[in-house]
Structures are given as C-alpha cells and as structure tokens.
Design a protein around this ligand. Structure first.
Ligand code: PRP
Ligand code: ZN
Ligand code: MG
Length: 221
C-alpha cells in the first residue's frame, strides 16, 4: 500500500455530510478500496487512484496546492477558496443552501434590517459578497464551527450557514431569512495538473475516472 506518481490522488471528506454518498458514488463507479476507518488514505485495487481522507474545509486548498489532484467537496467551499480550483463535474448529491438566519424571536424580517449588525459565519468570502451586492454594511465575524450558537452567545445578530435538512436551525431556534447560495457536491481539479500535457498519464486516468462517474450520474437521473 503506497502512494506513487502513477496514481492520481482524490481528496474526500473523512467524516461528515458528504462522506457516505461520496464513498457510495466511488464504489458504484466500480472502484475497489478499503474503507476509511483510521486510515488517512487508501489505494484502489483495480484503478490507479489513491483516496485521501481529509477535513472538507481543507479540500479546495489541497487541490489548489496540488497535494491532491482532485477533490470531492461542496460547491459552497469551492466558492470560499482563496486560490482557484477547476470545477469539473457537479455530482447531484449533498444539496444544501447557504442561508442568512436569525433567532426566531428576533424582530428582523429582512436582510436590509441587518445593516450595522454582526454576522457570524464560516463563509466570510461568500457572505461579504452577498451583503456588498445588496449595499448592506455588516460586520462579519468568522468562526469555524458551531456557528448556530453565535446568536445565543451574544456574538452576532444573525448567522450565514449551510442548511440541509434544516434540523440544525430548528434545534437552535433559528429561522431562515434569505438564501445566499445553492450548493451540491462537485468534483474539482487542480487547474494545471491535467493541462500541462494533454496526453500525460494523469490526464488519461482522469478521463477514465470521469467516464465512470458520468456513467453513475447519468444512470441515476
Ligand atoms: C453544515 C452546517 C450545519 C449543518 C446543517 O455543516 O454547518 O451545521 O450542516 O445541516 P442540517 O440543516 O441538515 O441540520 P457541514 O456538515 O456541511 O460541515 P462541517 O461539519 O464542516 O461544519
Ligand atoms: Zn467542515
Ligand atoms: Mg457544521
């Protein structure tokens, strides 16, 4: 079991919202590999691909760096990335919405009323852009987790966070105000890895992988 230059490296979420559906997609595409458990990576038995198990938040950066050639991650995190990665294929699962939300008992009923207020989020880039486009001046506080707690703790008036089933909002007595971004899982690539030589080994492997993934996605829809 080792990593070498003859494989392409795909980073996926180690443990979270997208993990199960991602593993299922790869297995349905015919790839054979040991499941994550304590491992940091596994190498496919029947395809020149190594799968790296990492935090979803780190995936765009790893792909931009070339630490991984490919990644599967929510478009929400791709939009936040500091450096560009290429989105190759939307995968039609992991659908969610980045939402502005406020406490249920709040007097706020529209985003315009948030002018001058503090907003807590793990998505500062997308959030800043949203409020700037509306011409609403807000004070954005970046926190990396448990954003739903921020209003209760008095840290912010509103939050901008992902909503999937909606249960996290409900559990924290928050209600959605407005949608900022629709998202789903996507396959992303390092912008140069596959460009340098069109006929490089990595490009050939990528095309074979894309054919397999497209096969699964088309069969599902
Ligand atoms: C998101 C978000 C909420 C939760 C919403 O976290 O931060 O906590 O999912 O889902 P729900 O509407 O079904 O309750 P996510 O798992 O995407 O990423 P994280 O673990 O990196 O915060
Ligand atoms: Zn995360
Ligand atoms: Mg979360």
């Amino acid at each position: 079991l080792q990593l070498d230059g003859e494989q392409i490296k795909l980073a996926i979420q180690k443990d979270g919202r997208l993990t199960e559906a991602t593993l299922q997609l790869l297995r349905t595409a015919g790839l054979q590999f040991e499941s994550a458990k304590q491992r940091l990576f596994s190498v496919c038995r029947n395809f020149p691909l190594a799968i790296l198990y990492v935090r979803d938040d780190d995936i765009p950066e790893y792909v931009a760096d070339g630490v991984a050639d490919l990644g599967i991650v929510g478009q929400n995190l791709v939009r936040e990335a500091e450096r560009p990665v290429e989105e190759l294929l939307p995968l039609n699962y992991g659908h969610c919405t980045l939402m502005v939300a406020v406490p249920r008992e709040s007097h706020i009923q529209a985003v315009e009323q948030l002018a001058g207020c503090k907003i807590a989020t793990s998505y500062p880039v997308t959030t800043r852009q949203f409020f700037q486009e509306r011409g609403i001046n807000v004070d954005i506080t970046t926190i990396s987790g448990s954003v739903e707690l921020a209003p209760t703790l008095g840290v912010s008036t509103a939050i901008v966070d992902l909503v999937s089933s909606g249960s996290s909002l409900k559990l924290n007595d928050l209600v959605p105000l407005e949608s900022v971004l629709q998202s789903q899982a996507a396959l992303i690539a390092n912008p140069t890895t596959f460009k340098d030589e069109q006929k490089s080994i990595k490009s050939i492997i990528l095309n074979r992988l894309l054919m397999r993934l497209n096969g699964v996605i088309n069969a599902r829809s």
